[in-house]
Design a binder for this molecule. Structure first.
Ligand code: NAP
Length: 556
């Protein structure tokens, strides 16, 4: 890393190395942020906890892990050569292919030299006297930096449930979000999986192929649509690449960051036959998308009655596929509207429950009481197994941010400021935390969108904001409390115009005991949100305070 400062600055502590920016995380957001900032002439230090780059695709190596947004959409658009040269193999590429892609990006743009691996940022403290952040890591690094970019991911702080007894368990146990790099052989094993969200839904059929016995402990059944994954037709790939500008533009202007048609009709204004035909086309279409059911009609996430029609369609398919009526009934979701917990895509998911060595246990009815040295005990039964897989998800959206001791003005801790739920302006900055940026932070579309579309938009907006500060000789940027209050209220208000808050979901923080129940992402839509961010920038960063360096006391 070359020390080429463009602007004079005071260092908080003598002898502490200085950089212009520290980026936390070397997943897709961290890598692109590094590339952008370096391109602007900034010195950048990236810290990454893992021993490789890739973020989500580095950690989530469980059997069946693959993205459920199409590869041609779930990829960077910022460099047309990269976009044209990379050949995807499948509609939904598996984890190892995605990890290869991210590594290719790191090499192609020579990013590794500014990334320190196996290093966790533990603390970032804003020193008001010198208007710089003091960053520390678990490896003893200290850096003084003007900007901190948290590229820590929305789903990276994995969560093992608070069930007593795990320390007693004599078998092997794994979390899908922290899977061993060398893989796990389940051949001949008695395996238990707890959790039936997207990770469990992908892993269960493949674990079932290997295991001698598989018991799935399900608390909430999810709506699982068939992925219909398949190799990409080279002709299709070529044609999308030819039209990439148009495809990407449509994605940026869309609701979910994927170019799908905007629905114009209510589900309730069409005949039952027309609705059935539409849902069947989503269910059976080889080229379907994760969001196709949600965008079938314009009131799917706002009207319970409209939503019920889709929910019932999926429940009917489950009843058709699963042979044992009791298991089928247990797999049918009734407690939340379709899409208000993230819909899952599966391959042979429901079919797996027809296998003689696979059993579903409804732990809503008979909760898990404890893990024992040989397995686990529910209120009704004792189970024995060799391996235990937690597919139990993440402390989503805020967990990876509050895991770092971030202290802003007045030594206020981010986690204290967010004790009643995250408060941000645009999901990008927090009042009282100058020059700290959160890529796909709470209050932005993030997890309700194609993550790569949203990552690119945030990285580019943050890079532009920093460039504008530097051009204007400004030292700090942070939102006003009023702008943050208004935006947080707006995120909440728009969220409550939908059915989303009716579900106990990780969008609401419901999966983490004690976490405030707040609808964290922004549901206004990727295109609408981008426009808002662009307007804010065009209006001189409306809602932000941007100031030149304040002369520290005693220095005038
Ligand atoms: P998740 O959706 O939060 O699912 C966790 C599962 O564990 C839920 O079924 C949950 O039940 C269950 N669970 C948690 N604690 C439990 C307990 N104490 N006892 C019993 N069951 C418990 O987590 P995930 O499957 O890892 O997925 C998280 C998100 O990551 C997804 O929604 C998606 O955004 C992303 N993801 C994407 C892909 C992809 O692109 N293909 C793949 C995997 C993940 P409750 O529902 O009752 O809480």
């Amino acid at each position: 890393m070359t020390q080429t400062h463009q602007q004079p600055s005071n260092s908080a502590v003598k002898g502490v190395p200085e950089v212009d920016a520290v980026v936390v995380g070397a997943g897709m957001s961290g890598l692109y942020m590094l590339h952008k900032l370096r391109g602007m002439g900034l010195t950048v230090q990236v810290f990454e906890k893992g021993d490789g780059v890739g973020g989500t695709w580095f950690w989530n190596r469980y059997p069946g892990a693959r993205v459920d947004v199409k590869s041609m959409d779930y990829s960077f658009s910022f460099d047309s050569e990269l976009e044209q040269e990379w050949e995807w193999t499948e509609k939904y590429p598996p984890q190892d292919e995605l990890l290869r892609y991210v590594n290719h990006v790191a090499d192609r743009f020579d990013l590794r030299r500014d990334i320190k691996l196996e290093t966790t940022v533990t603390e970032a403290v804003f020193d008001e006297d010198v208007e710089r952040w003091h960053v520390r890591t678990d490896k003893g690094d200290q850096f003084s930096t003007q900007y901190v970019v948290m590229a820590t991911g929305c789903l990276s702080a994995s969560k093992v449930p608070e069930v007593p007894g795990l320390d007693l368990f004599r078998g092997r146990w794994f979390h899908t979000g922290h899977w061993p790099a060398q893989g796990v052989d389940f051949s001949g094993q008695r395996v238990a999986v707890i959790g039936t969200g997207s990770s469990g839904v992908q892993a269960i059929p493949l674990i079932a192929e290997q295991a001698a016995e598989l018991t799935v402990f399900q608390r909430t059944p999810n709506f699982v649509l068939p992925a219909r994954n398949h190799p990409i037709d080279p002709e299709h790939q070529r044609s999308v690449k030819e039209r990439y500008d148009e495809v990407r533009r449509a994605a940026r202007e869309s609701g979910f960051g994927i170019a799908v048609p905007t629905p114009t009709k209510s589900a309730l204004e069409v005949s039952p036959d027309e609705r059935q035909a539409r849902y069947e086309s989503v269910w059976y279409d080889e080229d379907n998308n994760l969001v196709d059911m949600l965008v079938s009609y314009n009131d799917m996430i706002t009207s319970q009655a409209a939503n019920d029609t889709a929910a019932q369609f999926v429940r009917d398919r489950i009843a058709e596929i699963v042979e044992d009526p009791e298991t089928a009934a247990a797999l049918q979701p009734h407690d939340h509207p379709f899409g208000t917990k993230r819909p899952c895509l599966g391959t042979n998911y429901y079919e797996t429950y027809n296998l003689p060595h696979v059993r579903l246990v409804n732990v809503r009815k008979t909760p898990i009481v404890e893990i024992t040295h040989r397995g686990l005990r529910t209120t009704q039964e004792e189970f024995e197994f060799d391996d235990l897989v937690f597919a139990t998800g993440f402390d989503a959206m805020t967990g990876a941010l509050t895991a770092v001791d971030i202290r802003g003005r007045g030594d206020v801790r981010l986690q204290d400021k967010w004790h009643a739920g995250p408060r941000t302006y645009l999901g990008i900055q927090v009042a009282g935390f100058p020059n700290l940026f959160t890529i796909t932070g709470p209050g932005s579309p993030s997890v309700l969108s194609n993550m790569v579309t949203s990552i690119e938009q945030h990285v580019e907006w943050v890079a532009d904001a920093i460039a504008s500060m530097r051009a204007g000789g400004l030292s700090t940027m942070e939102p006003t409390v009023e702008a943050e209050d208004e935006w947080t209220a707006h995120v909440d208000e728009v969220g409550h115009m939908t059915l989303y808050p009716t579900a106990d979901s990780w969008y609401m923080g419901s999966n983490v005991p004690g976490k405030p129940r707040v609808f964290m992402p922004y549901i206004g839509g990727v295109g609408v949100y981008r426009q808002k961010c662009d307007e804010v920038a065009a209006n001189g960063y409306e809602g932000f305070v941007r100031r030149p360096q304040q002369v520290p006391a005693g220095m005038s």
